[in-house]
Design a protein around this ligand. Structure first.
Ligand code: UD1
Length: 436
């Protein structure tokens, strides 16, 4: 096994975020590249035995971890600012290390590219995580129907392709659920398969389209990405490419909520407003005004806000990755709101922490019944997962007094310098190194 380099972004266990609420925000903020696109595209880069340059890559712990996974397989990765050079000529290893895969579910997505390049892959099961069990059965079944021999032994997924040229075979695959990861894994695997693959009930998320566009730029033949039926006509090889990652719609949504929760007018760019249709619709239904000011830019002008009900759904429905942030917002909107989480079975840990800050939220199964309170109050809180950490920061911005948040490694997984960006808008938020 090739030794992975140490993380350059600190795994920050010694710091807390201190947020003193009630500051009014104003101005513009720059939205970084999309985490979930970048992670899938980094896996996709393994498909070509050449050199890919990715631009607009966000600076995140998850990106660093994915880089470590790829490095452990023999890939050379160089990061300069927001550009990532990925040299895949020396791909030698087919077994990904458990300690890395267990920390980053997206690293499992390399199974498709590894199988197509080497005819073999051994990837540990990503295991449970804070937001639910998250199995990989759809990835596995899809690869099996493309002719791979896949079995799970001692917690490791072993996959092989037998036969001529080690190529997977194109086929028709119906996904029981439009899983983002399974759609991405199978789409990548199909790019170099023998014949045509059709993915039905495929995920339609913008990050799936971004991955498809990246693969197309390398020479793949993919049609229908962004609809529920994707067809991929396998080619023999893919070539080097330079590709720019789309803006992060979840980071953008989080800043829209920051404007709403602090009753502040702020502008974000670059954004692709169509990627935020469900989020914008909910903010407008609450009474906020959202203006698409110029190309790739959005402004929020909050007013009196009203309660609403939200149900998370696969795209183009309301994103589960924005559920926690809206929970923080609705906790101070007068009246009763209901949020139902349907995508992940265990993604409501932030409720207890918001209640510690004075929110009035009752949980029943996957439903959160929120009675808006006039005021949240700052408190010590613990981030339990990535989006929960964003929700607690948002709650802290609105609360009376000071909130101290622990568990910053969750925030650093998916937000590129969130506190710096919020500070530039006028927020009173600081990272403090407490315990050495
Ligand atoms: C991706 C995103 C994550 C987002 C999620 C849903 C990345 C790196 N992460 O995660 O931020 O919250 O989409 O929009 O892109 N499932 C199965 N079997 C499978 C695969 C999934 O049962 O083989 C279930 C999961 O447990 C979950 C649901 O399907 O309940 C959705 O998961 P999926 O769409 O696969 O999410 P991820 O790709 O893991």
């Amino acid at each position: 096994m090739i030794q992975a380099p140490p993380l350059s972004l600190a795994f920050d266990q010694n710091s807390v975020l201190q947020i003193t609420g009630k500051a009014r925000l104003s101005g513009s903020v720059k939205i970084s590249g999309a985490k979930n696109s970048a992670l899938a595209i980094m896996a996709g880069a393994l498909l070509c035995a050449d050199h890919c340059r990715l631009t607009n890559v966000p600076s995140l712990l998850d990106i660093e971890r994915m880089s470590q996974v790829l490095t452990s397989l023999g890939i050379k990765i160089t990061k300069t600012g927001h550009t990532l050079e990925i040299e895949t000529q020396n791909l030698q290893q087919y077994d990904a290390p458990y300690d890395l895969v267990s920390q980053l579910r997206a690293s499992f997505f390399i199974i498709g590219p590894l199988l197509t390049r080497l005819g073999i892959a051994r990837i540990p099961l990503p295991g449970g995580c804070a937001i639910g069990a998250r199995p990989v059965d759809l990835h596995v079944r899809g690869l099996q129907s493309m002719g791979a021999d896949v079995h799970i032994e001692h917690g490791v997924v072993h996959a092989y392709v037998k036969g001529k040229g080690n190529r997977l075979k194109g086929t028709r695959i119906y996904l029981d659920y439009p899983s983002v990861g399974a759609t991405e894994t199978l789409m990548m695997a199909a790019t170099l398969a023998d014949g045509e693959t059709t993915l039905e009930n495929a995920a339609q998320e913008p990050e799936v389209i971004d991955l498809a566009n990246f693969c197309r730029a390398m020479g793949a033949r993919i049609k229908g990405a962004g609809t529920n039926t994707i067809s991929i006509d396998g080619v023999k090889s893919l070539h080097a490419v330079e590709y720019e990652i789309i803006p992060d719609r979840i980071e953008a949504g989080t800043f829209l909520v920051a404007g709403a929760i602090t009753q502040s007018a702020i502008t974000l760019s670059p954004v692709i407003p169509e990627h935020l249709t469900a989020v914008i619709a909910k903010l407008e239904a609450m009474g906020a005004k959202i203006i698409s000011t110029e190309h790739q830019s959005l402004s929020i002008i909050p007013g009196d806000l009203y309660p609403i009900d939200i149900e998370t759904m696969p795209y183009p429905g309301f994103p589960t990755d924005m559920q926690a942030q809206f929970m923080a917002l609705l906790s101070i909107v007068p009246g009763n709101s209901i949020i139902s989480e349907t995508v992940f079975e265990n993604r409501l840990h932030h409720v207890a922490e918001l209640n510690r800050m004075g929110a009035n939220i009752r949980l029943k199964g996957n439903h959160a019944f929120i009675s808006g309170v006039p005021q949240l109050s700052g408190a010590p809180v613990m981030a339990t997962d990535l989006r929960a950490s964003a929700a607690l920061v948002l709650a802290g911005l609105a609360a009376e007094g000071t909130t101290t948040m622990q568990g910053l490694h969750h925030l650093d997984r998916g937000y590129d310098h969130l506190e710096g960006k919020l500070r530039s808008l006028g927020a009173n938020i600081h990272r403090i190194t407490e315990f050495q």
